[in-house]
Design a protein around this ligand. Sequence first.
Ligand SMILES: Cc1cc2nc3c(=O)[nH]c(=O)nc-3n(C[C@H](O)[C@H](O)[C@H](O)COP(=O)(O)OP(=O)(O)OC[C@H]3O[C@@H](n4cnc5c(N)ncnc54)[C@H](O)[C@@H]3O)c2cc1C
Length: 382
Amino acid sequence: MSQSYPSSASHPIVVVGGGVIGLSIAWRLVRRGESVVILERDTVGQSASRAAAGMLAAAAEVGFEEPELYDLCRASLQEWPGFAAELESESGAALDYRSFGTLVVADDRDAAEALRRGYRFQKEQGYPVTWLDGAEALEVEPMLSPRIVAAVSVPEDHAVDNRALTQALATAVRQGGGVIREGVNVIGMDADPPTPIVQFVNPATGETEQIEASRIVVAAGAWTSALSGWPSGNGPSIRPVKGQILELKTRAPFDLRHVVRGPHAYLVPRSDGRLIVGATSEEMGFDGRMTVGGVYAVMDGAWEIVPGILDQDLLSIDVGFRPASVDHQPIIGFTSNPRIFIATGHYRHGIVLSVITALAAERMLVDEEIEPRVAAFAPDRF
Ligand SMILES: Cc1cc2nc3c(=O)[nH]c(=O)nc-3n(C[C@H](O)[C@H](O)[C@H](O)COP(=O)(O)OP(=O)(O)OC[C@H]3O[C@@H](n4cnc5c(N)ncnc54)[C@H](O)[C@@H]3O)c2cc1C
């Protein structure tokens, strides 16, 4: 790939959006000596990246459709341990990276049939999954309901504390010399002049200002489509898919040893005793309300598979907007204007995919090489 850019020594790479995607790209860029500015409307690590459960579910979710997406998740998961270790060492923060595996459970015969079909497919694809009957499942995870009739053990899938992750990324970006400007609402961009510009509202004055960039990385999650200045006139079509999710504080003797996924809910334990229980999936636009119906749906699905949660403390309810593209797959790569790079549409997989997205962006933006692993997710597929 050969493109000519204004030197990033004179102008920074401007990243729009400080969620997990913008932050992880920014970190990889500062590590390579690039000058980087993140413009974030809120504070970094909010929205979807805060609401997420932190499952690195490369295998448990593999289904009959979207094979390229699951290959990408798997490729990303392979990079995760090295990425996490490096980030922990640079930021000095613990990510609570956990490799204790996932149990996907079925609580009736219909669910078990569906689970078995998925299990056979995952086996054929070479995933190291194991079938357990109800008694075997209860033996490896005593917190499960005795009603569980079958489970699939997925040792390959890991988990991370996504809130610790975004804070560690922000620390590492700042320590690497990157600038994070919070409370800054980006309106649009203009990549046509000799030097591309990003327009934003200065929070102190309320005035519209602009910053000159060597290149622009758009990582604005579910809000990506609202930006103006896309090369073809229209930005990619991204819609918000609302998720409500609960955070509990567990008390002994409650001690969940795995991520547990059932037909209607999942539970993700943290090592400090917190338990993340999620999540709804709602086509409600940007409706940020926490609803009784949402909490009820999540709790109903969760207590059916792990009844002991009813006695735990409810700490918080969060709402996030998953950024969903038209085909529900991420959009990663240069737009038709080689000064605008886009990384969005990560939908339900943004935490697991943050690593491969950042590594791909580093390779494409710094080394100016093609990254074959993300070729199927280029913006020009629409
Ligand atoms: C309930 C729930 C559970 C999930 N669980 C998992 C999981 O277990 N595993 C997994 O891999 N994924 C999970 N996901 C998906 C994952 O959270 C997302 O795919 C990921 O966080 C998307 O990251 P992002 O940086 O693109 O978006 P966001 O985190 O939404 O960040 C985008 C940022 O851009 C900023 N922004 C937007 N517009 C502008 C603007 N104009 N100017 C300045 N800033 C702007 C926003 O303020 C925001 O901070 C879950 C999502 C939800 C909602």
